[in-house]
Structures are given as structure tokens and as C-alpha cells.
Design a protein. Structure first.
Length: 442
């Protein structure tokens, strides 16, 4: 019997909490059963429990005997279109069209019914053919969903090559087939943006976006108590609280610490917990390193000056309070930050604090300049520049550049925004005349 499990996705009883998310997914199944299409995006940092959520959802669907076909595959194993086409072909045959899956017609007859070209199943595709073949296979799934409720589930979808093209394939199917339903999960925000950004195919199409964040203390304590009791272990309540504190509610870290404590015998004390936590530090740092590279410069700058309040962060980094709140919200979703009492923000857990404090100071502080001063220096050099040019020159994100421009205008610098060739660029015109604070913005 497994008391804890950290090496692979889990289902109940090792899966815990996430009731709100599961209830929504189950209600979505009812929509699909009633011939209404749904599209759901599940996002969260690595090891936050996305795949486990999907597995628990599928377990409950099987338990409830829902009348829906599921096509499930993960891009953690399928990393290119050629492999994806082969996998999808297998799914079409074994999961959707197989007579054992309540389909009485032969495979060829079904393919003809849904207008899938038979030739696509008889040869190995060349790279240039793959996109069109993929579109054809996915269209067959969408067409099939008109007759039989079907949900396509793609885990870690951000890993697919040419993710923008993949997003437009999905968009086209949504428009053409109202019953087409899918659930996507993803962890690398920088890549996900390519599929769901304002200029991408999946912008604004999702029925719901589920953000998986760390689990609250009460739920974590209940889970730990049940697991240790079921495993026949004795424990101190303070030891359980220490596990929650050290993990910050991150489900994988919590399971990892719990798993390691079992090596010390049947008595789980606070000393045992701390020893176990120290032993897994390197593994946790490996995880944090991968997640850290998915942060933008603004988020890294904020991490460098925590703990703090939004007001102090805005003053120190010279960015707007609105921008600070956006960054902090993103850092909470990415598993780096938590909100404390009185509007104070701090690192999620001691691992994150130790990791961030051990990093080199950000360029902003090395140069001894404020962000807006660096942006102003580059603007004076270029005279005319867009956000991309300034971002490349300073190392700051485009959002940070835009916030700095707004701040410079408030300080009396005349910076005109001009649209040329479909892009916006900034024109530096020096300090405004005294008493004239009305700048051209179009």
C-alpha cells in the first residue's frame, strides 16, 4: 500500500482536494452528453497536479458510467507532429471506431460516414503532409462527436511543435462543429501564450480556464492525517503542520516530504519532518529551476525583493501598482508567492525563499539604477523605438517597458506613441515645457 506517492500522477485516495475543479469538469461532461461543446484549459506550474486532476476526473467518469468517449494523450510522450499523427490514428481506430466501443459499423464504413480519406491510414506521412493529415484526423473526431459525445483531452499541450498552427486547427473545428469538445492542460506559460494570446487561435474560446494553485492548510492537514493513520503511523500535529509549512501547500512537495518521512520508522516527529525536508531539497530546487526559467523579467525582479507589500514593490521598482498586482497574481499561480495578512506578499515556502535568495541580484540592482532610468537612457540613444527593441536592449519585459514609459510621462518627459506599419513605437522628444503635461497618445 502506498501511503504517499510523488513519482507519478495519482488518483483517490492519494489525490486530494480540487473539489471545485472536479465538479466543474463533471458538469462539463453533462453538457457534452447533451450535445453542447465545451473547451477547458487547465494551467498550473509543473507538479501542481494537472495530470492527477485529469486522471481523477476520468476515474469518476468511469465510476459514474458516463456516456462519453474520451480520447486522451500526453505531449510529455508525444513531442512532434509525426508521432502525434500516428498516435491519433491509433486512437481513431481503437478508441473511437472500434466495434467494441459501441460502434457497429466496420472501420471503413465509419471513415466514409465521417468523410475521412481512407488513404491517410495506409502510408507513413512525410513532414510536409503532417499538418494536413493531423487536421483531417482531428476533423474526423469532431465529426464523430456530432453522433457520439466525445471529449479530446491533451495533456501538456504546450509541448507540441508549431503550437500556433495547432491552436488554429482547434479553432477551426470549434467554429465548424459546435459539439466538438476538448480539455487542454499546460504548464509552461511562455509557450501557452502562443496558443491563447490575443493574436492566437484559442484566444477567448475557452468555456473556463482552471488555474491550479497550492492547496490550503486545512485540506493538507486532513490529507496528511488520513494517510498516516491508514499507514499505521504515529504522528504529532506539529509535525503535520511543519510539513504544510515547508511545502506551502504544493501537492508534489507535500507528498515528497511525507514519502521521505516513512524511512524513519513509525513515529513521525517534527525532527523527522525537517530531516526529510532537507533530504529532498535538491529535487525541489531542480523543479524550481525549471519553473524559474518560465518567469519574465518583471516577475524575477519582484521575487528578488520579497517579502514586501504592493506599494513598496511599486516604489522600489518604479512600476505602476496595477502592474505589481498583475505580477503578484501570476507569481501566485506559478507557485512562487503567497499572500499573507495585511496585504503582505511572501515566498510560498522556505524552499522558494532559499532558492530566490541564492540567485544573483537582478540587473536592475547591479547597475544601481531604477528601471525607468535605464529605459530613458535607451530612448535617448534610439530617439525612436518600439517595445521589442527596448526590451531587447534593456533585458526587461515589454510590460515593464510600457509601465516605465507611463511613469516617465508622469515625470514630465514627452514621449509620443506613433502607429506605423501596424506597430506602435515610441518617439522621445525630451522634457515637456513647464506647465504642459498633455502628451500626444494615439
Amino acid at each position: 500500500m502506498y501511503v504517499f506517492e510523488s513519482s507519478r500522477p495519482v488518483v483517490s485516495p492519494l489525490f486530494f482536494n480540487r473539489r471545485e475543479e472536479l465538479n466543474f469538469l463533471l458538469s462539463s461532461v453533462k453538457e457534452v452528453e447533451n450535445s453542447r461543446g465545451v473547451s477547458v484549459l487547465i494551467v498550473g506550474s509543473r507538479r501542481m497536479g494537472k495530470t492527477s486532476l485529469i486522471r481523477e476526473f476520468l476515474r469518476l467518469c468511469e465510476e459514474k458510467n458516463v456516456n462519453v468517449n474520451f480520447i486522451v494523450f500526453s505531449f510529455s510522450m508525444v513531442s512532434d507532429y509525426e508521432t502525434l499523427v500516428k498516435e491519433l490514428k491509433n486512437f481513431l481506430h481503437s478508441k473511437v471506431y472500434n466495434p467494441l466501443r459501441k460502434v457497429k459499423e466496420t472501420f471503413r464504413e465509419v471513415l466514409e460516414t465521417v468523410k475521412v480519406n481512407w488513404k491517410y491510414l495506409k502510408f507513413e506521412p512525410k513532414p510536409k503532409d503532417v499538418i494536413e493529415i493531423l487536421r483531417n484526423y482531428m476533423r474526423s473526431v469532431a465529426k464523430y462527436s456530432e453522433m457520439n459525445p466525445t471529449i479530446l483531452i491533451v495533456d501538456e499541450f504546450q509541448r507540441v511543435q508549431e503550437i500556433e498552427e495547432f491552436s488554429w486547427i482547434l479553432k477551426g473545428l470549434i467554429d465548424e462543429y459546435p459539439t466538438f469538445s476538448f480539455i487542454l492542460t499546460g504548464s509552461e506559460y511562455s509557450l501557452i501564450k502562443k496558443a491563447i494570446g490575443s493574436k492566437a487561435g484559442l484566444f477567448g474560446v475557452f468555456t473556463k480556464t482552471i488555474h491550479l494553485t497550492p492547496i490550503d492548510e486545512k485540506e493538507c492537514l486532513n490529507f496528511l492525517r488520513k494517510r498516516y493513520v491508514e499507514g499505521g503511523f504515529n504522528f504529532d500535529l506539529e509535525a503535520l503542520k511543519e510539513i504544510v509549512k515547508l511545502s506551502g501547500g504544493h501537492p508534489w512537495i507535500l507528498q515528497k516530504i511525507g514519502e521521505r518521512t516513512l524511512r524513519y520508522g513509525k513515529e513521525i516527529t517534527i525532527e523527522v519532518v525537517r530531516k526529510a525536508a532537507e533530504e529532498i531539497k535538491e529535487e525541489v530546487f531542480d523543479l524550481l529551476t525549471r519553473n524559474y526559467y518560465d518567469l519574465d523579467d518583471g516577475e524575477k525582479n519582484v521575487l528578488a525583493i520579497l517579502p514586501s507589500t504592493p506599494k513598496k514593490i511599486a516604489m522600489e521598482l518604479n512600476i505602476t501598482p496595477t502592474m505589481v498586482h498583475i505580477i503578484l497574481r501570476n507569481l501566485i499561480m506559478k507557485g512562487f508567492v503567497k499572500k499573507e495578512e495585511r496585504g503582505r506578499y511572501n515566498y510560498l515556502n522556505p524552499y522558494v525563499e532559499s532558492f530566490c535568495k541564492g540567485l544573483p541580484t537582478v540587473p536592475l540592482r547591479e547597475r544601481g539604477k531604477k528601471i525607468y532610468e535605464i529605459v530613458l537612457q535607451k530612448l535617448k540613444e534610439y530617439k525612436v523605438a518600439d517595445s521589442k527593441i527596448l526590451s531587447n536592449a534593456t533585458g526587461f519585459s515589454k510590460r515593464t517597458i510600457q509601465a516605465s514609459i507611463q511613469y516617465l510621462r508622469k515625470k514630465g518627459y514627452k514621449i509620443v506613441t506613433e502607429k506605423k506599419g501596424g506597430k506602435y513605437r515610441y518617439i522621445y522628444q525630451g522634457l515637456a515645457k513647464k506647465g504642459n503635461n498633455r502628451f500626444l497618445r494615439r
